[in-house]
Design a protein around this ligand. Structure first.
Ligand SMILES: *[C@@H]1O[C@H](CO)[C@@H](O)[C@H](O)[C@H]1NC(C)=O
Ligand SMILES: *[C@@H]1O[C@H](CO)[C@@H](O)[C@H](O)[C@H]1NC(C)=O
Ligand SMILES: *[C@@H]1O[C@H](CO)[C@@H](O)[C@H](O)[C@H]1NC(C)=O
Ligand SMILES: *[C@@H]1O[C@H](CO)[C@@H](O)[C@H](O)[C@H]1NC(C)=O
Ligand SMILES: *[C@@H]1O[C@H](CO)[C@@H](O)[C@H](O)[C@H]1NC(C)=O
Ligand SMILES: *[C@@H]1O[C@H](CO)[C@@H](O)[C@H](O)[C@H]1NC(C)=O
Ligand SMILES: *[C@@H]1O[C@H](CO)[C@@H](O)[C@H](O)[C@H]1NC(C)=O
Ligand SMILES: *[C@@H]1O[C@H](CO)[C@@H](O)[C@H](O)[C@H]1NC(C)=O
Ligand SMILES: *[C@@H]1O[C@H](CO)[C@@H](O)[C@H](O)[C@H]1NC(C)=O
Ligand SMILES: *[C@@H]1O[C@H](CO)[C@@H](O)[C@H](O)[C@H]1NC(C)=O
Length: 457
C-alpha cells in the first residue's frame, strides 16, 4: 500500500487562502506518482489510478483524501472515484484517456434509458465514473481531462461502433459534488453527466470540443436536483448544456424529475446546437430551471425545449433572464416532433406537458429567424411568456421572423413583432418606469432561492 504523504505544500497554500477550504481540504493528500504512475503520455496508468482510489477510499472516514495529479501527461483507461475525495489537477496536469477500446469495459445502461443512447444494449464505460458517492470534488489549477475522442468520432461516423460511446465524467446516485477550475477536452461523447445526483456545483469549468464532433454535449444533468452551473465556458459539437430526465417508457417508469437547476454566466459556442436544451429525453420531467446572464456566440438557438409524442413527462417552470446572443439561427426554438425513440415498446400516445416557459431581457444580433415555435398538435405548449427582447436581423434574415404552431402565450416588448399565437403585439421595449409601475408588462420570475440549499446558491 503506497504511503499517503503529508499535506502537499501547494494544496495547503491554496486551502489556507480561501473560504473554499472546507470544500477542498482533505486530511490526507497523495500524489499519483506514489502509486507508480508515470506522466510521459505513453505509460498506461490505469492500475495506478485504481490503486490510488482504492487506497484513498480507506481514508474516507478519517477526514477524506485528495489525489494530486502533478504536471505531465497521464495516460489511463477509465477509472472510478470514491467518497470524501478530491481529484486535484495541478497546472499543466493532463489526464489522457486511452484510445484503445479494449481498455473501456462495458457497463449497464442507465435505468431511465433502458439501453445505450447511440445503440441498444450496454454501453462503454465512462472515462471517469462513480456511483453512490458523497462529497466528491474535482478541481485544481485548471488542469485538463482529455478524452482524446477523435477515434470514437471516426468510428461513430463510420458506423463501426456496436455500443454507445462513454461519457467523459459520469457520477450516478451521488450527493455533494463540486467540479471546479478544470478543463475537459475532446470527450468521446457527452462531457459531464451527473445523473440521479443532488447538490451539484459546476463552476469555472472550460469544456472544449471541435464544433463538428458528434454529440459532444457540454454538461448534461440527468435526473438531478439542486444543481448549479456557473462561470463555465463551453465550445462543443452539440448542446452546451442539456437538462434531461430519462427516455420514453424508461424515463416514465423511473419517474424522477430534474429540478431546481440554476445556470449563470455561461458562455457557449455551438453552431449546430443549443446553448441550453431542455430535453429531448425529458420523460421523468424537468421543472424549475433558471438561466441567467449568459452569452452565446455563433450558436444555433438559445434555450430550446425539445420533446415529442412518446416522451410523456413535462417541462415546466422555466425562467430565462439576461441573454446576450451573437449570430443565431433562431433566438427562440421549441420543438414538438423530436424523434429518436429507444425501441418499439414506447407508447406513442404518451404526451409531454410543456408549460410555463419564460424569457426576459434578451438581446440578439445577426439573427436569421427570431422564433421557430412548434408545439405538439392537440398537446400545445402553453404558458409561454416572452418580454423585453430585441433581435437585430442578419443581412440574409428570413422574411418570416416568427412561425408558431401549437403554442400559446404572451409577449411584452418584443421586436420583431411576434406571431399572433404569442400575442402578436407591435412592440417597443418597455421603459423602466413603465415596467416598474405595471408589473404585468414583464414575465415575473417566481423566486427559487427559498428552495435551494444555501451552499448551492
Ligand atoms: C476555483 O477558482 C476560484 C477563483 O480562483 C475560487 O474562488 C474557487 O474557490 C475555486 N474552486 C475550488 C473548488 O477550489
Ligand atoms: C466503475 O463502477 C461501476 C459500478 O458503479 C462498474 O460497473 C465499473 O466497472 C467501474 N469501472 C471501473 C473502471 O472500475
Ligand atoms: C446505488 O444506489 C442505487 C439507488 O439506491 C442502487 O439501485 C444501486 O444498486 C447502487 N449502486 C451501487 C453500485 O452500489
Ligand atoms: C483553463 O484552460 C483552458 C484550456 O487551456 C483555457 O481555455 C481557459 O481560459 C483556462 N481558464 C483559466 C481560468 O485560466
Ligand atoms: C420490435 O422490435 C423488436 C426488436 O428490435 C423486433 O424483433 C420486433 O419485430 C419489433 N416489433 C414490431 C411490431 O415492430
Ligand atoms: C431589457 O433587456 C436589456 C438587455 O437586453 C436590459 O439591459 C434592460 O435593462 C431591460 N429592460 C428592462 C426594462 O428590464
Ligand atoms: C452573421 O451571421 C452570418 C451567418 O448567418 C455569418 O456568416 C456572419 O459572419 C455573421 N456576421 C457577423 C458580423 O458576425
Ligand atoms: C411554419 O412551421 C410549420 C410547422 O413546423 C411548417 O409546416 C411550415 O412549413 C412553416 N412555415 C414556413 C413558412 O416556414
Ligand atoms: C412566468 O411569467 C408568468 C407571468 O408573469 C408568471 O405568472 C410565472 O410565474 C412565471 N414563471 C416562472 C417560472 O417564473
Ligand atoms: C443537499 O444539501 C442540503 C444543504 O446542505 C442538505 O440539507 C441536503 O441533505 C443535501 N441533500 C442530500 C440528498 O444529501
Amino acid at each position: 500500500m503506497a504511503a499517503v504523504a503529508l499535506l502537499a505544500a501547494a494544496l495547503l497554500a491554496s486551502c489556507a487562502a480561501g473560504a473554499s477550504c472546507a470544500a477542498g481540504c482533505r486530511k490526507h493528500v497523495a500524489k499519483i506518482t506514489e502509486y507508480g504512475a508515470v506522466g510521459d503520455g505513453k505509460k498506461l496508468n490505469t492500475a495506478a489510478f485504481a490503486r490510488a482510489v482504492a487506497d484513498l477510499s480507506e481514508r474516507a472516514r478519517d477526514g477524506g483524501a485528495a489525489l494530486v495529479v502533478p504536471p505531465g501527461k497521464w495516460l489511463t483507461g477509465p477509472f472510478n472515484l470514491t467518497s470524501h475525495f478530491t481529484l486535484y489537477l495541478d497546472e499543466g496536469a493532463e489526464i489522457l484517456a486511452s484510445q484503445d477500446m479494449k481498455h473501456w469495459p462495458l457497463i449497464a445502461p442507465l435505468p431511465s434509458y433502458g439501453r445505450g443512447r447511440d445503440e441498444p444494449g450496454p454501453r462503454y464505460s465512462n472515462f471517469i465514473g462513480g456511483s453512490n458517492l458523497t462529497d466528491v470534488i474535482i478541481t485544481g489549477k485548471n488542469g485538463t481531462i482529455n478524452g482524446q475522442g477523435q477515434v470514437w468520432w471516426d468510428k461513430f461516423h463510420a458506423k463501426e461502433l456496436k455500443y454507445t460511446r462513454g461519457y467523459l465524467l459520469e457520477l450516478l446516485y451521488s450527493d455533494s459534488i463540486i467540479i471546479s477550475n478544470v478543463t475537459f477536452v475532446d470527450s468521446p461523447s457527452w462531457n459531464l453527466h451527473p445523473t440521479y445526483c443532488t447538490n451539484v456545483t459546476i463552476s469555472g469549468v472550460t469544456i472544449l470540443a471541435p464544433v463538428h464532433s458528434p454529440n459532444t454535449d457540454g454538461i448534461d444533468p440527468g435526473r438531478s436536483f439542486f444543481l448549479k452551473i456557473e462561470d463555465c465556458y463551453i465550445v462543443s459539437g452539440d448542446d452546451c448544456v442539456a437538462v434531461k430526465s430519462g427516455w420514453d417508457e424508461y424515463g416514465i417508469k423511473f419517474n424522477m424529475p430534474s429540478q431546481h437547476i440554476v445556470i449563470k454566466r455561461l458562455t457557449c459556442i455551438s453552431p449546430t446546437s443549443a446553448m441550453i436544451a431542455l430535453g429531448s429525453e425529458m420523460s421523468g420531467g424537468i421543472r424549475d430551471v433558471r438561466a441567467e446572464d449568459s452569452v452565446a456566440i455563433n450558436t444555433e438557438s438559445a434555450v430550446r425545449v425539445k420533446s415529442g409524442m412518446g416522451r410523456g413527462g413535462f417541462v415546466k417552470d422555466v425562467f430565462v433572464r439576461g441573454l446576450s446572443l451573437h449570430t443565431m439561427k433562431w433566438v427562440f426554438w421549441m420543438t414538438g416532433n423530436y424523434g429518436q425513440h429507444p425501441d418499439n415498446t414506447s407508447d406513442p400516445s404518451a404526451k409531454p406537458e410543456v408549460t410555463g416557459i419564460n424569457y426576459s431581457d434578451v438581446f440578439a444580433e445577426n439573427v436569421t429567424m427570431t422564433g421557430r415555435m412548434e408545439g405538439i398538435p392537440n398537446d400545445p405548449y402553453t404558458g409561454i411568456c416572452i418580454s423585453n427582447v430585441t433581435a437585430e436581423l442578419a443581412p440574409d434574415a428570413k422574411k418570416l421572423q416568427w412561425n408558431c404552431t401549437d403554442v400559446k402565450g404572451v409577449t411584452y416588448g418584443v421586436t420583431p413583432k411576434p406571431c399572433p399565437e404569442l400575442g402578436g403585439r407591435a412592440s417597443r421595449a418597455p421603459s423602466r418606469r413603465k415596467s416598474s409601475s405595471s408589473a404585468h408588462m414583464n414575465c415575473q420570475s417566481v423566486p427559487i432561492n427559498g428552495r435551494m440549499p444555501k451552499e448551492i446558491i
